[in-house]
Design a protein around this ligand. Structure first.
Ligand code: APR
Ligand code: PHB
Length: 401
C-alpha cells in the first residue's frame, strides 16, 4: 500500500506530536508513525519542567488548556548543601519569567488527544520503519502496519524518533559530527503517592550524592537520587530509597514526607550532540539529534524549541516555496542546543558526587554553590538558563561545526 503526504514524521514523542500539531495549524499535511503502542507512550514517565517559552508554544499550538488548569507555576528553585537550603528567586531575576511543573507524559497525552480529535493520521505500533530515497531527493518511508507492508512518499522526513531511533543512523556517517560525554552516575527516580514536602523543587548536593525533590501535582511527588550507572533497581527497596532521600535532602528545620512508591526506575546520564541536524530532506529534531543529562530539565524544552523552528521553516517551504528556513534550521537549533548542553553539564557537575574526584574537586563544587546562592549576577545567569533563553536570544549567533 502506498500513500503520500507532505511531511512524514517518525516518532510520537513530544517532538513529533508537537510538530504535527504546528503543521496542521498551517494547513500542512503530515503522517506520524510511532513504533510503540498508545498505552506505552502515554505511560512513559519523563521529566516535568516546562520553560516559559515552551508554555507559550503549547498555548499557541492550542494544547495549553489542561496545562494551565493543572500545571504548577514555579518562580524559583532551592539549592541545598551543607544542610542549608537557599532559594533562587528566578522570577525576580528574569523579569517575571517562570517554569511550569507539568509532566511530559501529560503534554504527550494532550497532543495525542488533539491529533485524534481532528482525525489526523497517527499510527501506533508501526514496525520496521526505514527511510529511503534521500540521495535521489525522492524520500519514502517503508514500514509494516497491521500485518501489511506500506510505503509513505513525502517531501520531507522529520526524524523525531528519539536517541535510539532509525533516522539518525540513516545519515551517512561521514556527514555527521558527534560529540558525547558519559557521566559516572545515573538517576534513580520514583513517583510517590504523597503530597510534595516543598513548594518549589529542591536540588541537593550532599556527601552521599545528589538528590532532587520534584513533583507532578499537589498530591504526587517525583524524587530522584544519584546512583552508580551499573546499579540495578532490584538493589533499591522503597525503604532504602526513602532513607537516602531523607539523608541527602536534609536541611535544618524541614521534614520530608514519605509515602507509597508507585513507580521506580534508573536512567543513565549522557550528553550527546549530532550535527548538522539536516541531511537533504531529512531533518532531525529532539532526542534524535541531542541528549542532555536531566539536571537542567532541558530535554523536553529543547525538543519543543527544535520543532518550533522546524515548523516555521516548513511553513516557508510549503507556502512561499523557499528553502531558506530549512537551510538555516540546523545552525539556528544548535546555538540553543549548545547553550543547553553547557547549562546541563554545569548543573550536573556542580551537584553530583564524582567518586573518582578528589577533595579539591569537592571544594570547587562548594565554592560554585556558594557563589550561585550569594551573588545576584551568578544567580541571574543560572536563572535565565533554567527558565529558558528566548528563541531570539539563542538565534542571534550561529554555530559552526
Ligand atoms: N519508528 C517509529 N518510532 C520510533 C522509532 C522507530 N524506529 N524509534 C523510536 N521511536 C519513537 C519512540 O517510541 C518515541 O515515542 O520515537 C519517539 C521519540 O520520543 P522521545 O524519546 O520522547 O523523544 P523526543 O520527542 O525528541 O522528546 C525529547 O523526551 O526522552 C525525553 O528527555 C527527553 O524530554 C526529552 C524528550
Ligand atoms: C522531574 O520532575 O522529573 C524533573 C524535574 C527537574 C529536573 C529533572 C526532572 O531537573
Amino acid at each position: 500500500m502506498s500513500e503520500r503526504t507532505q511531511v512524514a514524521i517518525i516518532g510520537a514523542g513530544p517532538a513529533g506530536l508537537l510538530l504535527g500539531q504546528l503543521l496542521h495549524r498551517h494547513g500542512i499535511d503530515a503522517v506520524i508513525l510511532e513504533a510503540r503502542s498508545r498505552e506505552y507512550v502515554e505511560a512513559r514517565i519523563r521529566a516535568g519542567v516546562l520553560e516559559q517559552g515552551t508554555m507559550e508554544v503549547l498555548r499557541e499550538a492550542g494544547v495549553g488548556e489542561r496545562m494551565d488548569k493543572e500545571g504548577l507555576v514555579h518562580g524559583g528553585i532551592y539549592l541545598c548543601f551543607d544542610h542549608t537550603r537557599h532559594h533562587i528567586a528566578m522570577r525576580e531575576l528574569t523579569d517575571g519569567r517562570a517554569v511550569m511543573i507539568y509532566g511530559q507524559t501529560e503534554v504527550v497525552k494532550d497532543l495525542i488527544v488533539a491529533r485524534l480529535e481532528e482525525g489526523l493520521p497517527l499510527l501506533f505500533e508501526c514496525q520496521d520503519v526505514s527511510v529511503h530515497g534521500l540521495n535521489e531527493d525522492d524520500p519514502v518511508v517503508h514500514y509494516r502496519y497491521d500485518g501489511s507492508e506500506r510505503e509513505l512518499r513525502c517531501d520531507i522526513v522529520a526524524g523525531c524518533d528519539g536517541f535510539h531511533g532509525v533516522c539518525r543512523p540513516t545519515i551517512p556517517e561521514a556527514e555527521l559530527t558527534v560529540w558525547s560525554r558519559e557521566y559516572p552516575y545515573a538517576w534513580l527516580g520514583i513517583l510517590a503517592d504523597v503530597a510534595p514536602s516543598t513548594d518549589e523543587l529542591i536540588y541537593a548536593y550532599s556527601d552521599r550524592g545528589f538528590a532532587l525533590h520534584s513533583m507532578r501535582s499537589l498530591t504526587r511527588s517525583r524524587l530522584y537520587v544519584q546512583v552508580d550507572p551499573e546499579d540495578e533497581i532490584e538493589n533499591w527497596s522503597d525503604d532504602r530509597i526513602w532513607s537516602e532521600l531523607h539523608q541527602r535532602l536534609a536541611s535544618d528545620g524541614w521534614e520530608l514526607n514519605d509515602g507509597p512508591v508507585l513507580e521506580k526506575g534508573i536512567t543513565p546520564m549522557r550528553s550527546f550532540v549530532a550535527a548538522p541536524m539536516r541531511y537533504r530532506s531529512l531533518l532531525l529534531a529532539g532526542d534524535a539529534a541531542h541528549i542532555v543529562p536531566p539536571t537542567g530539565a532541558k530535554g523536553l524544552n529543547l525538543a519543543v524549541a527544535d520543532v518550533t523552528v522546524l515548523a516555521d521553516a516548513l511553513v516557508t517551504r510549503f507556502t512561499v516555496g523557499s528553502d531558506t528556513g530549512l537551510e538555516e534550521y540546523s545552525d539556528r537549533c544548535l546555538t540553543r542546543v549548545w547553550r543547553a548542553q553547557h547549562f546541563s553539564w554545569f548543573m550536573t557537575t556542580m551537584l553530583h558526587l564524582d567518586r573518582s574526584d578528589d577533595d579539591y574537586g569537592r571544594q570547587l563544587q562548594r565554592s560554585q554553590l556558594r557563589y550561585v546562592t550569594t551573588s545576584t549576577a551568578a544567580a541571574r545567569s543560572l536563572s535565565e538558563n533554567y527558565v529558558g533563553l528566548t528563541l531570539e536570544q539563542t538565534a542571534r549567533a550561529t554555530v559552526s561545526r
